[in-house]
Design a protein around this ligand. Sequence first.
Ligand code: MG
Length: 345
Amino acid sequence: MKLSWTPYDLRLNHRFTISGFSRTTTPIVLTKIEYDGLEGYGEASLPPYLGETQASVIEFLRKVDLSSFPDPTHIGEIVSYVDGIAPRNTAAKASVDIALHDLVGKMIEAPGYKMYGLDKTAVPDTTFTIGIDRDEMVREKTREALGRFNILKVKVGGDDDKRIIETIRSVTDLPLAVDANQGWHDWHEALDMIFWMKEQGVVMVEQPMPKLDLDNIARLTEVSPLPIFADESVQRLSDVERLKGVFSGINIKLMKCTGMHEAWKMRKLAETLGMKVMMGCMTETSCAISAAAQLYAGMDFADLDGALLIGNDCFEGAKLENGKIIPSDLPGIGVKPVEGLVFWQ
Ligand code: MG
């Protein structure tokens, strides 16, 4: 197996603002594993607040030596070796895991969802994110989403939460998911807000309070009329068990958890613990989105709009159909590079 990579910069269609951050591009690194005439593709997406960079990913990938693994189908063994190379670097690790899944799917001529025994159409609607913005921009972004999506996601956690919900409500009655990105600090006030939001047609709440404030989040979840999902509070498999009784569910993202192999384990463990699960994403090309789309059949919620928010997607893969992201029928993660956009180095 030969691993190669190339950095790439994603252009966002709209300036993206969440509680505390604002940006117009996202750096990524694309990976490729070649074996026996086949190519598997992967991706590391690197939003700046998570700490990995194109340089750190490339430095990590230089340490990955797949030459001692004669059989790519031994995915568990290989990703466990990759995980052991250095701590953290979760997006870099995911870029290898995704490329490996793509390669193995091509070797056995099966799409990823079949490798995991899933029905590719039995998936939840994806949310489409409306960022924090001026009222007119919020209305415009909301109108852009109408007819394409069945649920919207609203970034809250600032001082204007009610106004942004009311602004969206002036355009549409679609169900809303809200993500406070740790922005609420008092659980009583958060609970009042959640009761108000439920009346406005909000159906779930993501990361209401700071990620380590688990006692207060548990108090909130216990009495909340809406399910409360962990995002910043959950990274990897080892985080899941301690969140039982704290959150109603977890938001699994390939870039946080080192890829598809561990994402699947997180999902199974959460379900065993009686927790809800959702699949999320960063701003990513259709490469990483298509990888996530292989694994989310039967989940409670999905936030897989990442590739729809960028102007220079360099892969074709899973597509938006009737508000759901549906994988292609191609093997592996089901993607094709868009010709002329990726220049492998
Ligand atoms: Mg979130």
